[in-house]
Ligand binder design. Structure first.
Ligand code: UDP
Ligand code: MG
Length: 327
């Protein structure tokens, strides 16, 4: 392989204020690399603002700009998947549209790849846009996830990375609806030829973050369920522990009655026990329900997305149907 072509996949949802600024930065840094060919794929994730029009304007004057126009908002993870599906080069760089993934690192990424690394990851040593509370939540999430999951996902690894074609072709075999890209990547991560670059994420260039607390929590719960069945085992343990506690309480009540000859306290103990057991049952049912819900969604095997793939020459309707991809 000659290692002289790269695809840059940019996921953009309502990023009208960032599309052009990012394009300019990308052009600048691409000139500094020695790649012969490149494409900038904007994945418009069903934006309701002028994101698509701005991408089209860029495409009119530059054939390197390709657009995957998702027909509605499918979410960041699917947006990255769609971009990956239509990337043609020998390596793919994924990044956000808001300039929080500084394009200047692309030069180092490409150099590392050309030196022989097959995956170049980034580590966000700080994010000036994030509150202390959010950072604490993110840290706790990774702790819990890695405690529960067999597929370890390192903390502070944003979706800014370079992946060699070899691994892109692997990644295309994952067809789950509910996907966490960095988890899938951890699943295929080799032990060598991986480089990590540190960077500080600046503030968003324009617009607002698309991840609120609720969305982030949803992503966190989904990620745990996708990569681990340990919560199910946890519910079994919870049942065992509860039965044990109930047994101890039973012994205590019997002892109180026959040995201490004290009258057994009345409804208060019964209420506490009932509420406790009710809560445990609800927790366990909830955990099982989460998994059944996921099975329910996955067995339908609905297409992953529906989009238009737009180049300067043509516009194609595309859909990703399970393992088959219709280009
Ligand atoms: N994004 C997307 N689809 C979504 C939500 C976000 O494609 O449904 C994109 C968004 O446009 C941005 C990237 O994913 O380029 C990261 O989102 P954001 O900057 O809002 O996240 P944050 O940096 O605040 O974690
Ligand atoms: Mg951002």
């Amino acid at each position: 392989m000659s290692k002289d072509s790269i695809s840059i996949v940019v996921s953009a949802y309502n990023e009208e204020g960032n599309v052009e600024a990012l394009y300019k930065e990308l052009k600048k840094v691409l000139k500094e690399t020695n790649v012969k060919d490149y494409e900038i794929i904007y994945v418009d994730d069903g934006s309701s603002d002028k994101t698509h029009a701005k991408c089209q304007a860029l495409q009119k004057k530059d054939k390197h700009v390709k657009i995957v126009h998702l027909k509605r908002n499918f979410g960041h993870e699917i947006a990255m998947t769609a971009g990956m599906d239509y990337a043609l080069s020998e390596a793919v760089i994924f990044m956000d549209a808001d300039l929080q993934h500084p394009p200047l690192y692309i030069k180092q990424m490409v150099e590392a790849w050309q030196e022989g690394y097959e995956i170049v990851l980034t580590r966000r040593v700080d994010n000036v846009d994030t509150s202390a509370f959010y950072k604490f939540c993110a840290k706790s999430f990774y702790k819990i996830l890695n405690l529960l999951s067999d597929t370890k996902i390192p903390e502070k690894t944003p979706d800014f990375r370079l992946i060699d074609r070899k691994y892109i072709d692997f990644l295309k075999n994952f067809n789950e609806q509910d996907r966490l890209f960095r988890g899938l990547l951890s699943w295929i991560m080799p032990n060598d030829k991986v480089k990590v670059l540190d960077f500080v994420a600046p503030q968003r260039h324009a617009g607002e973050s698309k991840y609120n607390f609720r969305k982030s929590l949803q992503l966190a719960i989904n990620s745990i369920i996708q990569f681990s069945v340990k919560p199910l085992r946890f519910s079994t343990y919870l049942g065992i522990v509860t039965a044990f506690v109930a047994g101890l309480l039973g012994l205590y009540v019997i002892g109180e009655h026959f040995i201490l000859h004290k009258p057994t306290p009345g409804y208060a103990t019964i209420m506490v026990t009932m509420i406790f057991l009710g809560a445990v049952q609800l927790i366990v049912l909830g955990i099982i329900g989460e998994y059944i819900g996921k099975i329910h969604m996955e067995v339908k095997k609905r297409p992953l997305y529906m989009a238009d793939y737009e180049t300067q020459e043509e516009v194609k309707k595309v859909v990703r149907n399970g393992s088959e991809k219709d280009i």
